[in-house]
Write a protein that binds this ligand. Structure first.
Ligand code: ATP
Ligand code: MG
Ligand code: FE
Length: 336
C-alpha cells in the first residue's frame, strides 16, 4: 500500500509517500528555521500562517517527485499530535479535506510514534536495509520529548521513563542561548564542540538511580553557573570547551541509561530517533557500543519530516487503525 504522510506539528511543513512501510518514494520538507531565527525559537502564530502557505504546494510537489497521481495513493496519514495546536490543524485539516474529496482512509499519527518509525524508513542510499527486530528499546530524543520506550511489537509502546524537566533538544537549545550561539541550538552546539575539549568541564550527569527517567535542568543550571562565575572573574567564556563538555554529559547520560534498559529488558535492537539523534557525538557513541545492533535514521529523517509519519501510518493502516473524519488534533497526545 502507498501512504501519503503529512506533518505540520511544529515549524516544518512536510509531505512524503511511503510504499509498504519502508520504501520512500518521495519526501519534501519546507522548514521555517530562517523565519523563526529572529525570535530565538518557534513563534506559534507565524508558524501556523506559514504552514497555511506551504501545505498544498508541498503535497503537490511530493506527488510530482514520486511520479504519482491521487489514484496511486491508498490512505492519508497526518500528524494528529502532540505539537502546536495552530500548526497541527493546518496539516490535519488538509488531510481531512483530501480524504473526503478523494474518498481515502484517514489515519491520525502520533508525532512521537512517527519519530520512532523513522527507523523503519529505508535510507535512500542503503540497499541492504532490514527493519528493526522486536523487542526494541527506543530512545526518543527530540525538541520537546525525551523518553525510553520498550516496543514488543508494532504500535506497542511501554514507556519506561521520560525527562522530569527539560527535553534533551530543549537543553541543547537553552544552553546554546546561554553560550550566545544561534537557534536552533543543537546544530550550533555540535559545531562549536568540534574544536572544544569534552573533558574541560566536568558537568553533572543526573543518574536518577533506580528508574529510567532523565533530568537535564541541573546540567543547564551548572552551565549557567559556570558562565556567571567566569564573567564575574572577568574571564573569556571558552564556548567550544563548554559546548563540548555539555554535549558529552548529555550523550553520556543518554547512552548509559539506554544501554542499561536494553540489557534489563533483553531487547534485540536499539532505536534512537528524534531531532537530537542527528547529533554526531550521540550517533558515534551509540554505533560504537557494539553490544546491541542500533538503528539511527539518516540525518534527513531525524528532524521533523513526513516520511516517518507515512511509515507509522502504514503500520496503523495494515493493523486496521482507520480514524473517523470528525476527529480533532490532540496537542498534548502522549505516546503511551
Ligand atoms: P517534538 O518532536 O518533541 O515534538 P520537535 O519536533 O520540535 O519536538 P525535532 O524536530 O525532533 O523536535 O528536533 C528538533 C530538536 O533537535 C531541536 O531541539 C534541535 O536543537 C535538536 N537538534 C537538531 N540537530 C541536532 C544536533 N545535530 N545535535 C543536537 N541536537 C540537535
Ligand atoms: Mg522543527
Ligand atoms: Fe519532532
Amino acid at each position: 500500500a502507498r501512504i501519503l504522510g503529512i506533518e505540520s506539528s511544529c515549524d516544518e511543513t512536510a509531505a512524503a509517500v511511503i510504499e509498504n512501510g519502508n520504501n520512500l518514494l518521495a519526501s519534501s520538507v519546507a522548514t521555517q528555521i530562517e523565519l523563526h531565527k529572529k525570535f530565538g525559537g518557534v513563534f506559534p502564530e507565524v508558524a501556523s500562517r506559514q504552514h497555511t502557505l506551504s501545505i498544498y504546494p508541498i503535497i503537490e510537489e511530493t506527488l510530482l517527485k514520486a511520479h504519482l497521481s491521487w489514484d496511486d495513493i491508498d490512505a492519508i496519514a497526518a500528524t494528529r499530535g502532540p505539537g502546536l495546536a495552530g500548526s497541527l490543524v493546518v496539516g490535519f485539516n488538509a488531510a481531512k479535506g483530501i480524504a473526503l474529496a478523494r474518498n481515502l482512509p484517514l489515519i491520525g499519527v502520533n508525532h512521537l510514534e512517527g519519530h520512532i518509525y523513522s527507523a523503519w524508513v529505508k535510507p535512500e542510499i542503503s540497499d541492504r536495509f532490514t527493519p528493526p527486530e522486536f523487542p526494541v528499546m527506543a530512545l526518543l530524543v527530540s525538541g520537546g520529548h525525551t523518553e525510553l520506550n520498550l516496543m514488543e511489537g508494532h504500535l506497542n509502546y511501554r514507556r519506561l521513563g521520560a525527562t522530569l524537566d527539560d527535553a534533551a533538544g530543549e537543553a541543547f537549545d537553552k544552553v546554546a542561548r546561554l553560550l550566545g550561539l544561534p537557534y536552533p541550538g543543537g546544530p550550533s552546539i555540535q559545531k562549536a564542540a568540534e574544536t572544544g575539549n569534552p573533558t574541560a568541564f566536568n558537568f553533572p550527569r543526573a543518574r536518577l538511580e533506580g528508574g529510567w527517567d532523565f533530568s537535564f535542568s541541573g546540567l543547564k543550571t551548572a552551565v549557567l553557573r559556570t558562565i556567571k562565575h567566569m564573567e564575574e572573574d572577568g574571564k573569556d567564556i571558552p564556548v567550544a570547551d563548554m559546548a563540548a563538555s555539555f554535549q558529552e554529559a548529555v550523550v553520556d547520560v543518554l547512552l548509559t541509561k539506554t544501554m542499561a534498559a536494553a540489557r534489563e529488558y533483553k531487547v534485540k535492537e536499539i532505536v534512537v530517533a528524534g531531532g537530537v539523534s542527528a547529533n554526531k557525538a550521540l550517533r558515534s557513541a551509540f554505533t560504537g557500543q557494539g553490544e546491541f545492533p542500533v538503528h539511527i535514521p539518516p540525518l534527513y529523517l531525524c528532524t521533523d519530516n513526513a516520511a516517518m509519519i507515512a511509515s507509522a501510518g502504514y503500520y496503523r493502516f495494515v493493523h486496521g487503525h482507520i480514524d473517523s473524519l470528525d476527529m480533532d488534533v490532540l496537542p498534548n497526545w502522549p505516546l503511551s
